[in-house]
Design a protein around this ligand. Sequence first.
Ligand SMILES: NC(=O)c1ccc[n+]([C@@H]2O[C@H](COP(=O)([O-])OP(=O)(O)OC[C@H]3O[C@@H](n4cnc5c(N)ncnc54)[C@H](O)[C@@H]3O)[C@@H](O)[C@H]2O)c1
Length: 365
Amino acid sequence: MTFLVLPILKKLFLSANTRIVYDNRAMRDAEIDPIPRKVLVTGGAGYIGSTICSALQDSGHVPVVLDSLVNGRESFARSHPFYRGDIADPGVLSRIFEDHPDINFAIHCAALAVVPDSVSRPYDYYKNNVTGSAELFRMLADFGCENIVFSSSASVYDNVQGFMVTEDSPTRPQSPYARSKLMTEMMLEDMAAGYGLKAISLRYFNPIGADPRMRSGQVQREATQIVNILVAVANGERPIFNVTGTDWPTRDGTGIRDYIHVWDLAQAHVKAVERIDDVFPDGPGFVIINLGTGSGVTVREIVSAFENVHGSPIPQEDAPPRPGDVAGAYANADKAAELLGWQTTMTLEDGIRDALAWAESLSFS
Ligand SMILES: NC(=O)c1ccc[n+]([C@@H]2O[C@H](COP(=O)([O-])OP(=O)(O)OC[C@H]3O[C@@H](n4cnc5c(N)ncnc54)[C@H](O)[C@@H]3O)[C@@H](O)[C@H]2O)c1
């Protein structure tokens, strides 16, 4: 029965470009393949956006990439329709929707995303991330793209006792970058209400690793992320790893974070694409969902895990915290499990292994 009905549903969807009203819950229970969707991915030539595109493609969906290449790599978008341009440019958005009128889902990853950089260039961050997103959301609504997922960040949270944050934990972003994320979330909530959109803001914790098939990975050489620094020390590009802050109220005094494999992160977006109607059974709305593993890892623990995977000791020394450092946080990821049917499947060691493999593949490219 299923194999007779599904192709007819798919055909209806693709040819008439209409939104099919179907019972997602029944589909989930019956484990029927989801209907392929065409998804606009802004920032799809960047680290996370490109991994999301690969995950969408592997699940039978069709990503369409919009990226200005201010930071991304064109080669990451090679196997998808690619448009080079700014998220706020009406010309490029018109072209995309003329060429692909069947896009009705957008994943908005494009942003400037380096915290210390945002402190010295606040205008650029607010213009690009906030004003740019406002223009993008308005145009998406005008083009009838009613489903939006936004790449937000755990950096919007305040410090909480016990370090575990739920989506209801208080926010207190500490940098122009983090404020740009919280401001964009607030705008998106208002636009979802005003224009009848279904919008999910995914608050990422600390992505690590690379696409396990090595199609893409982190490319910003000055990346401030801990695993990239460890890789650089392991490869002799940096002399020593500084354990910055050893007096935090954590189990070993070092900062605590929630390291999530970027492939797990990407899979959560696939779930969001496939289950958005389940998330909003009563029509348009806005929801925030944490994406993390649900467990905290201290700096000493990740250094030790790295040494085990790499197979040699990392030269390290204790240092005072950097300005603006915080003890850290990890996610309560119950809402992602409940609403998206998603949980992480990869380990910290998988993330470290894939980061090392990616760095090695870069040295050959
Ligand atoms: N990497 C992290 O640790 C992390 C953590 C939390 C949230 N996020 C968020 O995830 C998203 C992706 O981050 P990433 O690490 O992949 O960064 P990235 O720099 O690798 O990717 C961002 C991409 O967006 C593009 N871009 C930037 N501004 C643009 C614009 N105005 N128009 C078109 N394209 C533009 C860049 O060229 C780049 O390819 C960002 O929104 C970031 O804030 C990242």
